[in-house]
Structures are given as C-alpha cells and as structure tokens.
Design a protein around this ligand. Sequence first.
Ligand SMILES: [Zn+2]
Length: 418
Amino acid sequence: MATMSSKGIEIGTETKSGKNKKLFIIVFVLLALLGAGVFVYQNFFGGNIKIVLRAEMLSIIEGEEMPQLVVNATSKSERSRRITPFEEITVGDILDQLNNNEGYEVFCEPSELLEGEYPIEIAAGHTLKQELRGKLIIEHGILTVKNRYGEWAGERFKRHDGSHVQEDFVVWQGDKYYFDAQGDKVVGELKLSYTVYTFDEEGKVISEIQLIDPTKPMVALTYDDGPAGRTGELLDILEENKAHATFFLIGQNINDENAHLLKRMIDIGSEIGNHSWSHPDLSTLEEEMIKQQVEDTNGRVLAVTGVSAPMIMRLPYGAVNSKVREVVSMPLIFWNIDTLDWKYRDEQTIVDNVMNVVKDGDIILMHDIHDETIEAAKILIPTLQEAGYQLVTVSELADLRGVTLESGVGYLSFPEEE
Ligand SMILES: [Zn+2]
C-alpha cells in the first residue's frame, strides 16, 4: 500500500514537462497509426485512385464519313499502385486494358450525319464497374457535324475555305437559301434556269415552281423568215399558252416598226436565231459574203434587243457545205418535221403534219410569214400541250437533253435521230 501510495505521490509530483512528453508520445502514436492506415488504404485498398476515361471530342463536315471514336484512359496515380489489396492489379494494368479498348463500349449513332451535335457515350462493362468502384470517372464526348457549306457571316455565307457563297444555294438546318453574284442573300422571287423560286423575308425557299419538267416530252417549234406582219399575234398565242418558240429572223426584215417584237420574244422566253441577212443560198457564196450575212444579222439583233446576239443559225433552204459549216461558226439547226406550211397554206394540214408524226425531242419547221401558219398556231400549240408536249426553245431543248451545241455542227432533233 505504502509503495502504491508513494508511487501515487510520485505521480502526483510529476513535472509539467513530463506530462507533455507523454501526450506527445500518444499523439505521435495516433498519427503514426493514422499514417499507416492511410498508407495501407491508399496502397492496398486503392484509396484516392482516380481513373479518367474520356471520349475525344470530334468534328466533321456533313458528307464526311463517321470518324473513328477515340477514348483515352488516364490517371494521376502511379502506374505501379495496386488497385486492390487482394490482387496484383495495378493502375498501369487498368490503363493498358482500357487503352486497348477493353472493358467498356463507346457509342455515337446519329441516324444521319447532318449538321448538329451528337453525344459520344461510354458505357463501362460490369466487371470494370466492380473493379473500379468509386475510382472511375467517365467523361462523355460530343461529335460536332458542321454544315457542309460553311457558316453564316451576317447576311452572307462563308464556305469552309473562307470564300463567300455566290450564285449558289446553301442548305442550313434544313432550309434552303440562295446567294446572288455579290454573295448577298436573296429574298422575294428569282428564276433560275427552269425553276421559279420564292424566298420568305429571312431568305428561306418557300416554293419552287418548275417551268419545264426534263423528264417529260418536249418539242421545239421554229418559225423562219420573220419578223412579219402577224408575228406579234403569234407571240400573243405563245404567251397565253406559256409556250416558247424559236424565231429564225432575216436581218433585213428587222426595222424600227417591228423591233419591239424582238424584245418581246425574249421577254416571253422565246429565242431568236439567225437566218441570214437576205436569205441567199449560202453554199453558193464566197466566204466573205457568208460571213457578212451572218454577222450583220447578229449585229442587228444585238443592237435592237440590247441583250444578246443569236447563238444558233438556220441556213436558208437548209443549204450546207463544208465552207458554210466553217465560216458560219455557229451551231446549225435543221429540223426533223417539215410542216410544208408554205406549200399547203392550210391550217388543218399544218396541224396534221405535226400531230401525225410528232414525238419527244422533235424540231418543227414553220414560217410565221404566212397567215395559215399563224391560224394553225392557235390550234397546234394547245393541241401539242394537251398531248403532253412542253413547248421549248431549241437551246432549251438541247440543254435539257444534255447536248452542248457546237459550232459548225448540224442538228435535226434532240436526241438526234439515226
Ligand atoms: Zn427561210
């Protein structure tokens, strides 16, 4: 008891510094245990390890192929660290496995590669989830599909190469726009080749009316030797029926009184061709004279219309030889239906001579200098249209049938007959 009591006294008389020392030891031991715990947790139980599985952001342009999806696995932890205390798997093993595309799947499945953003999703497999519980961070990606044409630059549209879209359409988020020669967005109405487009105030196409359907039959009515007294009446018939025709004019017949008819031909969509200056048989003329016959008429038409000189030639009497071919240097338009209107001078015969044989692609020869030909047009034009024929100019017919007219070459119909 005495010992104990003396001990007690001893304890009771312990110095202050001795007490602190003991406390210090206890704290030290606790810290050591904590440190050891953390060490064991981190090194054997994989605490604090984070493995990041990230899908790479991708960007393509509409029309390009679906790119390869790329996923990268990274970690800030040492490769040698063990993920679990019971197995030898290290951070490095897991990274290698993931970077070898094992243990997960990656998806990006837009139905069509149209402009927009599409998620790239990573789905970790069951085993991987178990293995890396709490340690796996998945970062999904985005596939950006850029507009195939480019991007807006105010009211204009910039291509991917930096140039502005000019005289062309652009489809942006499903809407169609058109930019003119200056690169400005078009609003209102515009006729381009065989289609009339209507744009709303934002420039979106709201209607497209096809004036000529290239898949349906068409023929070219041609009228030679004018302009003449009743050519204006023929233009009325054409306009009323929304029909086009080609007028092969004789240069010397164009005068101040009928000059307005030429402008009107162009306004209603008809075409003016060259039929020489004074209707001679060109095959009998010297080169210089042939040239003059052609050029004088082209010059006269250009001066009167202010638009353009004829692009096509019909030879008087259809008379041709190699010299004519070479000197005229324009496409030579013949015909494959001759109505012989000048011979019969009868409207019903003219109509019958066409309707009995007409087929797609024909070029029909008539002369608007005869009264019966004008009368026949009143019947012939609606009758052809009712039979399903679109009435187009020679140049339209060639163009719609994919023929590029060549200088000095003769054409009878489109497609050409054997
Ligand atoms: Zn003629």
